[in-house]
Design a protein around this ligand. Structure first.
Ligand code: NHR
Ligand code: GAR
Length: 216
Protein backbone atom coordinates (compact mmCIF):
# COMPACT_ATOMS: atom_id res chain seq x y z
CA UNK A 1 0.00 0.00 0.00
CA UNK A 2 1.23 3.49 -0.87
CA UNK A 3 1.96 5.32 2.40
CA UNK A 4 -0.46 8.16 3.16
CA UNK A 5 1.30 11.54 3.36
CA UNK A 6 0.68 13.23 6.71
CA UNK A 7 1.78 16.39 8.50
CA UNK A 8 1.92 16.47 12.30
CA UNK A 9 1.39 19.69 14.28
CA UNK A 10 2.89 19.95 17.75
CA UNK A 11 3.55 22.53 20.45
CA UNK A 12 5.51 20.61 23.06
CA UNK A 13 6.97 17.34 24.20
CA UNK A 14 5.94 15.35 21.21
CA UNK A 15 5.46 11.98 22.92
CA UNK A 16 2.40 11.31 20.75
CA UNK A 17 4.55 12.23 17.74
CA UNK A 18 7.11 9.70 19.00
CA UNK A 19 4.41 7.03 19.23
CA UNK A 20 3.33 7.76 15.65
CA UNK A 21 6.92 7.66 14.38
CA UNK A 22 7.41 4.32 16.19
CA UNK A 23 4.23 2.94 14.63
CA UNK A 24 5.49 3.94 11.16
CA UNK A 25 8.99 2.56 11.76
CA UNK A 26 8.16 -0.62 13.70
CA UNK A 27 4.52 -1.49 13.14
CA UNK A 28 4.08 -0.87 9.43
CA UNK A 29 1.74 2.07 9.88
CA UNK A 30 1.31 2.95 6.17
CA UNK A 31 1.98 6.66 6.58
CA UNK A 32 4.77 8.96 5.49
CA UNK A 33 5.30 11.88 7.89
CA UNK A 34 6.26 14.56 5.39
CA UNK A 35 6.79 17.23 8.04
CA UNK A 36 6.38 18.17 11.68
CA UNK A 37 5.34 21.79 12.24
CA UNK A 38 5.41 23.55 15.60
CA UNK A 39 4.12 26.94 16.72
CA UNK A 40 6.76 26.89 19.49
CA UNK A 41 10.42 27.19 18.44
CA UNK A 42 11.57 25.29 21.57
CA UNK A 43 9.18 22.31 21.29
CA UNK A 44 11.15 19.15 22.18
CA UNK A 45 9.19 17.25 19.57
CA UNK A 46 11.12 19.11 16.83
CA UNK A 47 14.30 17.38 17.94
CA UNK A 48 12.57 14.00 17.97
CA UNK A 49 11.41 14.57 14.41
CA UNK A 50 14.84 15.71 13.31
CA UNK A 51 16.42 12.61 14.88
CA UNK A 52 14.16 10.48 12.73
CA UNK A 53 15.09 12.38 9.58
CA UNK A 54 11.74 14.15 9.30
CA UNK A 55 11.54 17.71 7.98
CA UNK A 56 10.57 20.31 10.57
CA UNK A 57 9.23 23.84 10.42
CA UNK A 58 8.35 26.48 12.98
CA UNK A 59 5.46 28.87 12.43
CA UNK A 60 5.69 30.97 15.60
CA UNK A 61 2.26 32.42 16.45
CA UNK A 62 3.91 35.32 18.31
CA UNK A 63 5.20 36.65 15.00
CA UNK A 64 1.67 37.28 13.70
CA UNK A 65 -0.69 40.13 14.48
CA UNK A 66 -3.82 37.97 14.72
CA UNK A 67 -5.13 34.41 14.49
CA UNK A 68 -6.15 34.79 10.85
CA UNK A 69 -2.66 35.68 9.68
CA UNK A 70 -1.09 32.93 11.80
CA UNK A 71 -3.52 30.35 10.44
CA UNK A 72 -2.88 31.55 6.90
CA UNK A 73 0.89 31.07 7.28
CA UNK A 74 0.34 27.71 8.97
CA UNK A 75 -1.94 26.57 6.14
CA UNK A 76 0.65 27.55 3.54
CA UNK A 77 3.35 25.67 5.43
CA UNK A 78 1.18 22.56 5.72
CA UNK A 79 -0.06 22.63 2.13
CA UNK A 80 3.48 22.88 0.76
CA UNK A 81 3.74 19.19 1.83
CA UNK A 82 0.42 18.24 0.23
CA UNK A 83 -0.71 15.95 3.08
CA UNK A 84 -3.84 13.82 3.01
CA UNK A 85 -4.13 13.91 6.79
CA UNK A 86 -3.19 16.60 9.33
CA UNK A 87 -2.55 15.27 12.83
CA UNK A 88 -2.70 17.56 15.87
CA UNK A 89 -0.47 16.01 18.53
CA UNK A 90 -0.41 18.27 21.57
CA UNK A 91 -0.98 21.34 19.40
CA UNK A 92 -2.02 24.22 21.65
CA UNK A 93 -3.46 26.96 19.40
CA UNK A 94 -7.17 27.24 18.69
CA UNK A 95 -7.71 27.21 14.92
CA UNK A 96 -10.03 29.57 13.02
CA UNK A 97 -13.18 28.21 11.32
CA UNK A 98 -11.75 29.02 7.88
CA UNK A 99 -8.59 26.99 8.56
CA UNK A 100 -10.63 24.09 9.95
CA UNK A 101 -12.98 24.13 6.93
CA UNK A 102 -10.00 23.81 4.59
CA UNK A 103 -9.02 20.50 6.27
CA UNK A 104 -12.57 19.24 6.85
CA UNK A 105 -12.53 15.46 7.18
CA UNK A 106 -8.74 15.26 7.02
CA UNK A 107 -7.64 16.71 10.36
CA UNK A 108 -7.73 14.84 13.68
CA UNK A 109 -6.81 15.70 17.27
CA UNK A 110 -6.10 13.82 20.46
CA UNK A 111 -7.64 15.34 23.55
CA UNK A 112 -6.89 14.26 27.12
CA UNK A 113 -10.43 13.67 28.39
CA UNK A 114 -13.39 11.40 27.80
CA UNK A 115 -15.19 13.80 25.48
CA UNK A 116 -17.74 15.33 25.67
CA UNK A 117 -16.43 15.83 29.24
CA UNK A 118 -13.85 18.57 29.75
CA UNK A 119 -13.28 20.29 26.48
CA UNK A 120 -10.44 22.82 26.57
CA UNK A 121 -7.49 22.92 28.92
CA UNK A 122 -6.44 21.56 32.39
CA UNK A 123 -8.55 18.45 31.87
CA UNK A 124 -6.74 16.26 34.42
CA UNK A 125 -7.11 18.79 37.19
CA UNK A 126 -10.77 19.31 36.36
CA UNK A 127 -11.46 15.55 36.45
CA UNK A 128 -9.79 15.33 39.87
CA UNK A 129 -11.69 18.35 41.19
CA UNK A 130 -14.95 16.75 40.11
CA UNK A 131 -14.00 13.51 41.97
CA UNK A 132 -14.45 11.54 38.76
CA UNK A 133 -13.74 7.83 39.07
CA UNK A 134 -12.70 7.49 35.42
CA UNK A 135 -10.79 9.69 33.00
CA UNK A 136 -9.11 9.18 29.66
CA UNK A 137 -8.41 10.41 26.15
CA UNK A 138 -10.31 10.79 22.89
CA UNK A 139 -9.31 11.06 19.24
CA UNK A 140 -11.72 13.18 17.19
CA UNK A 141 -12.12 14.84 13.84
CA UNK A 142 -11.41 18.57 14.16
CA UNK A 143 -14.34 20.87 13.47
CA UNK A 144 -14.77 24.55 14.32
CA UNK A 145 -16.52 23.44 17.52
CA UNK A 146 -13.52 23.31 19.87
CA UNK A 147 -12.97 19.69 21.02
CA UNK A 148 -16.52 19.06 19.83
CA UNK A 149 -15.91 17.19 16.54
CA UNK A 150 -17.03 13.57 16.09
CA UNK A 151 -15.14 11.23 18.41
CA UNK A 152 -13.45 8.19 16.84
CA UNK A 153 -11.84 6.23 19.66
CA UNK A 154 -11.52 6.58 23.43
CA UNK A 155 -9.52 4.89 26.17
CA UNK A 156 -10.11 5.22 29.89
CA UNK A 157 -8.16 4.86 33.11
CA UNK A 158 -9.42 4.64 36.68
CA UNK A 159 -8.77 7.73 38.79
CA UNK A 160 -6.84 6.73 41.94
CA UNK A 161 -7.28 8.44 45.30
CA UNK A 162 -3.57 9.29 45.35
CA UNK A 163 -3.60 10.86 41.85
CA UNK A 164 -2.28 14.34 41.15
CA UNK A 165 -2.87 16.00 37.78
CA UNK A 166 0.62 14.84 36.77
CA UNK A 167 0.26 11.17 37.75
CA UNK A 168 -3.16 11.02 36.12
CA UNK A 169 -1.85 12.73 32.95
CA UNK A 170 0.99 10.20 32.71
CA UNK A 171 -1.39 7.21 32.80
CA UNK A 172 -3.67 8.84 30.24
CA UNK A 173 -0.70 9.67 28.00
CA UNK A 174 0.38 5.99 27.91
CA UNK A 175 -3.03 5.14 26.41
CA UNK A 176 -2.92 8.11 24.02
CA UNK A 177 0.16 6.46 22.52
CA UNK A 178 -1.97 3.42 21.68
CA UNK A 179 -5.19 4.97 20.43
CA UNK A 180 -3.66 7.67 18.23
CA UNK A 181 -1.66 5.29 15.98
CA UNK A 182 -4.79 3.07 15.80
CA UNK A 183 -7.00 5.93 14.58
CA UNK A 184 -4.36 7.02 12.07
CA UNK A 185 -4.09 3.43 10.83
CA UNK A 186 -7.82 3.26 10.17
CA UNK A 187 -7.62 6.53 8.26
CA UNK A 188 -4.63 5.44 6.17
CA UNK A 189 -6.45 2.20 5.31
CA UNK A 190 -9.43 4.20 4.05
CA UNK A 191 -11.65 2.67 6.74
CA UNK A 192 -12.25 5.89 8.70
CA UNK A 193 -14.13 8.84 7.22
CA UNK A 194 -15.99 11.94 8.20
CA UNK A 195 -19.39 11.83 6.52
CA UNK A 196 -21.24 15.08 7.12
CA UNK A 197 -20.77 15.52 10.83
CA UNK A 198 -20.55 11.84 11.69
CA UNK A 199 -17.42 9.67 11.82
CA UNK A 200 -17.76 6.33 10.08
CA UNK A 201 -15.64 3.19 10.31
CA UNK A 202 -15.93 0.54 7.59
CA UNK A 203 -18.94 2.38 6.19
CA UNK A 204 -20.84 2.24 9.49
CA UNK A 205 -21.58 5.51 11.29
CA UNK A 206 -19.98 5.49 14.74
CA UNK A 207 -22.99 6.00 16.98
CA UNK A 208 -20.55 5.99 19.86
CA UNK A 209 -16.72 6.05 19.85
CA UNK A 210 -14.75 2.82 19.58
CA UNK A 211 -13.67 1.88 23.09
CA UNK A 212 -10.03 0.82 23.37
CA UNK A 213 -9.39 -2.46 25.20
CA UNK A 214 -5.78 -3.18 26.03
CA UNK A 215 -5.84 -6.53 24.25
CA UNK A 216 -6.11 -4.68 20.89
N1 NHR B 1 -9.25 24.24 16.76
C1 NHR B 1 -10.53 24.01 16.42
N2 NHR B 1 -11.11 24.91 15.63
N3 NHR B 1 -11.22 22.92 16.83
C2 NHR B 1 -10.63 22.04 17.64
O1 NHR B 1 -11.32 20.98 18.02
C3 NHR B 1 -9.28 22.23 18.06
C4 NHR B 1 -8.61 23.37 17.58
C5 NHR B 1 -7.29 23.63 17.97
C6 NHR B 1 -6.66 22.81 18.85
C7 NHR B 1 -6.67 20.90 20.43
C8 NHR B 1 -7.35 21.23 21.77
C9 NHR B 1 -7.14 20.13 22.81
O2 NHR B 1 -7.05 18.95 22.46
C10 NHR B 1 -7.33 21.69 19.37
C11 NHR B 1 -8.62 21.38 18.96
C12 NHR B 1 -5.72 24.56 22.59
C13 NHR B 1 -6.71 25.18 23.32
C14 NHR B 1 -6.50 26.59 23.84
O3 NHR B 1 -7.30 27.10 24.62
C15 NHR B 1 -7.90 24.52 23.54
C16 NHR B 1 -8.09 23.25 23.03
C17 NHR B 1 -7.09 22.62 22.29
C18 NHR B 1 -5.90 23.27 22.08
N4 NHR B 1 -5.42 27.30 23.39
C19 NHR B 1 -5.08 28.66 23.77
C20 NHR B 1 -5.36 29.63 22.61
O4 NHR B 1 -5.60 30.81 22.94
C21 NHR B 1 -3.61 28.81 24.09
C22 NHR B 1 -3.20 27.92 25.24
C23 NHR B 1 -1.69 27.81 25.40
O5 NHR B 1 -0.91 28.30 24.57
O6 NHR B 1 -1.28 27.16 26.39
O7 NHR B 1 -5.28 29.25 21.44
O8 NHR B 1 -7.15 20.41 24.03
C1 GAR C 1 -1.25 15.13 25.36
O1 GAR C 1 -1.77 14.70 26.60
C2 GAR C 1 -2.37 15.65 24.49
O2 GAR C 1 -3.54 14.91 24.60
C3 GAR C 1 -2.56 17.02 25.07
O3 GAR C 1 -1.26 17.48 25.36
C4 GAR C 1 -0.38 16.39 25.57
C5 GAR C 1 0.73 16.48 24.56
O4 GAR C 1 1.71 15.54 24.84
N1 GAR C 1 -3.17 17.89 24.14
C6 GAR C 1 -3.74 19.00 24.52
O5 GAR C 1 -3.90 19.31 25.68
C7 GAR C 1 -4.19 19.88 23.38
N2 GAR C 1 -4.65 21.09 23.91
P1 GAR C 1 2.88 15.25 23.78
O6 GAR C 1 3.41 16.59 23.28
O7 GAR C 1 3.90 14.55 24.63
O8 GAR C 1 2.31 14.40 22.71
Amino acid sequence: MKPLPIVVLISGGGSNLRAIIDAVEKQNLPAKIRAVISNCPDACGLQRACNSGIETQVVDHRQFVDRDSFDHALQQAIDSYDPELVVLAGFMRILTPRFVAHYQGRMINIHPSLLPAYRGLRTHQRALEANDTRHGASVHFVTSDLDGGPVIIQAEVPVLSCDTPDTLAARVLALEHKIYPQAIRWFTEGRLRLEGDVASLDGQPLMKPVYWEDSQ
